[in-house]
Design a protein around this ligand. Structure first.
Ligand code: SF4
Ligand code: MG
Length: 324
């Protein structure tokens, strides 16, 4: 296994108390595999990724328990200087907002080239040639000319391609993409997602795709982990989830995807809001919003149960949910 996150816990100290952002998350990704991590904002999906990357803002954030085993070693036990070597070279991240992640006063060629000069000891000329090659790779037209341009001279979709090129530069074994297409138009979203999937296959990388939108990952993910209030509530192969979700929260997310054949119809929305992480409801954290909640849900926390070799659900009534 390329990456195994085991029973990870992350807390944030705030003025008002301790926010339990991640509460015992376990997931794994293999080489060549795509795991989509799905959930509303505040579900802990980004914080988990930041802990994996070692870029958690700490303080106030702190990993209080768990392991992040990457290529056989627990990254949480490494010194910061060692972790820095892993970042970029062995695992890289693509963020939502390319404009604020790229340096506005450096040409994209200089930014891409710098990776090769710093990490691979290349000459400026060779690094520039590599930058052009990478821009070709992510299908930016006229790469030879555009390599001299600055980030603001590119469209949002093209900038996101540049971010992907930066992440790919050192051929990492794992890429984590946090809402990589959220800021883009729907058609551009699909193109960027397709590119990411294609490159992931080509390089045989592991890919963690973090999103709040189940619609954008359907075609590219192998497995989906659904997060709620800092926990995984369902994990399954993507086809199974689409056929029949085994958790009412997943069902709610599925029902809120816009569909072409339902134009004009009112979209379903899960009622209420995700919980305050400083006071997560007792029992099942989802119970105040769950259309299937019973008395037991208010008192007994459902464990993440194995339904079969591929599937897990944390719902007392997963069987009823499966039956629709
Ligand atoms: Fe809903 Fe109860 Fe299942 Fe939680 S355990 S998702 S409240 S039915
Ligand atoms: Mg986020």
């Amino acid at each position: 296994m390329l990456l195994e996150v085991r029973d990870l816990h992350v807390e944030f100290k705030t003025r008002d108390g301790v926010a339990r952002a991640v509460n015992g998350v376990s997931y794994s990704v293999d080489a060549g595999e795509t795991l989509a991590v799905l959930g509303e904002s505040g579900s802990g999906k980004s914080v988990t990724a930041q802990a994996v990357m070692g870029i958690l803002p700490s303080p106030p954030g702190r990993v209080t328990a768990g392991e992040v085993v990457f290529q056989g070693r627990d990254l949480l036990k490494l010194k910061e200087s060692e972790r820095r070597k892993v970042r970029g070279a062995e695992m890289a991240m693509v963020f939502q907002d390319a404009l604020s992640s790229l340096n506005p006063v450096l040409s994209v060629g200089d930014q891409l080239g710098e990776m090769f000069m710093v990490h691979r000891g290349m000459s400026k000329k060779d690094a520039r040639a590599k930058a052009v090659e990478l821009m070709d790779r992510v299908r930016i037209p006229a790469a030879k000319e555009r390599v001299k341009q600055y980030p603001h001279q590119f469209s949002g979709g093209m900038r996101q391609r540049i971010m992907i090129a930066m992440a790919l530069a050192l051929e990492p074994a794992l890429i984590i993409a946090d809402e990589p297409t959220t800021a883009l138009d729907v058609t551009v979203q699909a193109q960027v997602m397709e590119l990411l999937a294609e490159l992931q296959h080509e390089y045989h990388m592991g890919l963690i795709l973090i999103t709040h939108d189940l619609g954008v990952v359907a075609d590219v993910a192998d497995r989906i982990a659904v997060m709620y209030a800092g926990r995984i509530v369902e994990q399954a192969p993507v086809r199974e989830i689409y056929k029949a979700p085994a958790h009412p929260y997943t069902r709610g997310l599925l029902d809120s995807i816009p569909r072409l054949d339902q134009k004009g119809q009112q979209l379903y929305a899960i009622k209420g809001l995700p919980p305050n992480l400083m006071s997560i409801p007792p029992g099942c954290a989802f119970h105040p919003r769950c259309p299937m909640a019973q008395d037991i849900c208010r008192t007994d926390e459902p464990r993440l149960n194995k339904l079969d070799n591929y599937r897990q659900s944390a719902c007392h009534f997963w069987e009823e949910c499966l039956d629709g």
